[in-house]
Design a protein. Structure first.
Length: 481
C-alpha cells in the first residue's frame, strides 16, 4: 500500500516499499504535474506538487478537477494507493481516492456547505458599514482574469494605485494582475469584498446573489460586439428567461460598448432603457496596438519568424465542448503554421487540451488579447473575436461548416455574415486550407475589411482603458485618494 500525505501545504507525498516507480504524475484535462522521486531506507518517496506553471507564467494551484494518478515502472498500480480524506490547504482543497487526485477551491467544509453559504449570503446582504475605495472585478464568472475588466484594472493600477482591486476567481489557479487581491468565489473573503467595493466591473451576469448596497455602482463591460443574437433578441426565448434578463440588466449602472452598432444591439437586447452606454472602444484591445508580440510568442514556445494561426471558435448551445470540425494537425502541416487553439471560456472546464505536432492549446491562457497580438491570422466562426482582431489589420478567415444550422436553429444573426465578412468563408477543411495558402486573400477582401474596420474598430485606438477610467474617476465611482 502506498501511503499519501499533504506536505508543505501544496504537495502530495507518496511513500512506498520496494522498487521505486520510474515516474508518477497527476494528469488532468488542462494540466499535468509530475513528481520528484527519491530512494529512502524503506523504499521510495515521491513528492507531487499541487501547482503548475504554463507559458512561463507564475506557479499557481492546479485547476479544480479530477486528475488520474499515473505510475511508470515497477511500482504497484494506482489501485493500491491509500486514500486521503479531503484536506483544505491555503491554495486548494485536495482528496485522493480510487487512484485519482480531486482538487477544488480552498473552502472549508463549513463554508462550502449550503448552510454555510446561506449564512455568508445573509451577512453580505445585511451589512451596513462604509464602502471601500475598491473595485471588485469578475471576468467570465471568475474562470480567468481577462478581457475588458483586466485592461481597466491595469489602468486603475497605473493612475490610481491607492484603489484596492479585488478579483473574483473560481479557484487559486486563476492568475490575477500584479497587486490585485484574489478572492475565491463563495469564501468569506469573496462575500466581504463583493459587499465592500464601491465599484463592480464585470463582463457577464452578476447572477442572482448580487445585492446592491447604497452607493455601489456597476460597470458592465460585456465581452464582445455581437454577430449572434443575444438575450431578448434570441428566437423562441423563454418568458421566464426574459424576466431574468431584465432583472439582471437593472443591476447595471453603465454599459460599455465597443462601437455604436454594439451599443444599439446591447441596449435593446438587455432592455437597458435610458441608462448610459459608453461607446469608447474595448479596453481589452489596447494591447493590440502597444503589446510585445515577440514576448508573447516566446512564452508560447513559438519563434518570431514562424507562421502562427489562431483558431478561436465560439461555443455551441447544443454541446459542452469545443467543436471538432477540423483535423488540426493536418491543417498545421498543410498551412505550414503553428496552430494556437483557443476554446471559448464555456468549454474550459468540460473540455481537454488539444495536442499534436505544431498544435498548442491555449484555452487556458490568461487572456485572448495577447494571443490576437501573437497571431499572423485568425480563424473563427461566429465568435465576437472577429470584431477585435480586425483592429490589427491582419487577415481573418471564417470556418463555418454549420452555418445554416447555427444561423437558422441555434442563435440567428444580426446581419448576413456572408455578405459583409472581411475574409473568406469556408465550409470544408480543403476550402479553408486553400484560403490560408492564397496570397491574394488580403487584397481581394481589402475593401470589405476597410469598411468593417471603420464600422466596428473606429474607437480601438489603444486608449480605450484611459477613457473609461477617466470617466469612472470623473463620476466618482472610484477615487484617486
Amino acid at each position: 500500500m502506498i501511503r499519501v500525505s499533504l506536505v508543505a501545504g501544496d504537495a502530495l507525498q507518496f511513500e512506498g516499499r520496494g522498487p521505486a516507480p520510474a515516474g508518477l504524475r497527476a494528469a488532468g484535462p488542462r494540466a499535468v504535474s509530475a513528481a520528484s522521486i527519491s530512494a529512502t531506507d524503506a523504499g521510495w518517496r515521491a513528492v507531487l506538487p499541487l501547482r503548475v506553471s504554463r507559458w512561463g507564467r507564475p506557479e499557481l494551484a492546479l485547476p479544480s478537477g479530477t486528475y488520474r494518478l499515473e505510475l511508470d515502472g515497477p511500482a504497484p498500480g494506482s489501485a493500491e494507493i491509500a486514500p486521503l480524506a479531503r484536506t483544505v490547504a491555503e491554495t486548494l482543497a485536495v482528496e485522493v481516492r480510487d487512484g485519482q487526485v480531486i482538487v477544488g477551491p480552498p473552502l472549508t467544509e463549513a463554508d462550502a456547505a449550503p448552510a454555510g453559504q446561506a449564512a455568508l449570503e445573509r451577512a453580505y446582504a445585511d451589512r451596513s458599514d462604509d464602502l471601500e475605495n475598491a473595485v471588485f472585478f469578475e471576468s467570465f464568472y471568475g474562470r480567468n482574469a481577462s478581457c475588458n475588466p483586466r485592461a481597466i484594472d491595469a489602468e486603475i493600477a497605473r493612475i490610481a494605485p491607492t484603489v484596492v482591486r479585488y478579483w473574483s476567481v473560481v479557484d487559486r489557479s486563476v492568475e490575477v494582475p500584479p497587486g490585485a487581491v484574489a478572492v475565491v468565489e463563495g469564501s468569506p473573503e469573496w462575500w466581504r469584498a463583493r459587499g465592500a467595493a464601491r465599484l463592480l466591473v464585470v463582463n457577464d451576469w452578476l447572477r442572482r446573489r448580487f445585492v446592491r448596497r447604497p452607493g455601489q455602482r456597476v460597470l458592465q463591460t460585456w465581452h464582445g460586439t455581437p454577430l449572434k443574437r443575444l438575450a431578448l433578441d434570441r428566437p423562441g426565448f423563454d418568458p421566464r428567461r426574459a424576466l431574468a434578463v431584465v432583472r439582471e440588466s437593472r443591476r447595471w449602472d453603465v454599459l460599455l460598448a465597443q462601437n455604436p452598432y454594439a451599443a444599439r444591439i446591447l441596449r435593446t437586447a438587455y432592455a437597458f432603457g435610458r441608462r448610459p452606454v459608453w461607446v469608447e472602444g474595448y479596453p481589452r484591445n489596447d494591447v493590440l496596438l502597444s503589446g510585445d508580440r515577440d514576448a508573447v510568442r516566446r512564452a508560447l514556445g513559438v519563434g518570431p519568424d514562424e507562421r502562427v494561426l489562431l483558431y478561436a471558435p465560439t461555443w455551441r448551445d447544443d454541446r459542452e465542448q469545443m467543436v471538432d470540425f477540423l483535423d488540426l494537425q493536418k491543417l498545421a502541416q498543410d498551412a505550414g503554421a503553428t496552430f494556437l487553439v483557443r476554446g471559448h471560456s464555456r468549454t474550459l472546464l468540460p473540455g481537454a487540451d488539444a495536442t499534436g505536432p505544431r498544435v498548442v492549446d491555449v484555452t487556458g491562457y490568461p487572456d485572448i488579447s495577447a494571443l490576437l497580438l501573437a497571431a499572423d491570422a485568425l480563424i473563427t466562426d461566429y465568435s465576437s473575436v472577429m470584431f477585435d482582431f480586425t483592429a490589427t489589420g491582419k487577415p481573418v478567415h471564417f470556418f463555418v461548416p454549420d452555418l445554416e444550422h447555427y444561423r437558422g436553429r441555434l442563435r440567428g444573426f444580426y446581419f448576413d455574415l456572408a455578405e459583409r465578412a472581411p475574409g473568406p468563408l469556408a465550409a470544408t477543411q480543403d476550402e479553408l486550407t486553400a484560403g490560408l495558402n492564397d496570397p491574394d486573400v488580403p487584397q481581394r477582401f481589402a475593401e470589405r475589411y476597410a469598411s468593417w474596420s471603420a464600422r466596428f474598430n473606429a474607437r480601438d485606438d489603444g486608449r480605450a482603458a484611459e477613457r473609461v477610467v477617466a470617466r469612472l474617476l470623473d463620476q466618482g465611482m472610484i477615487s484617486r485618494d
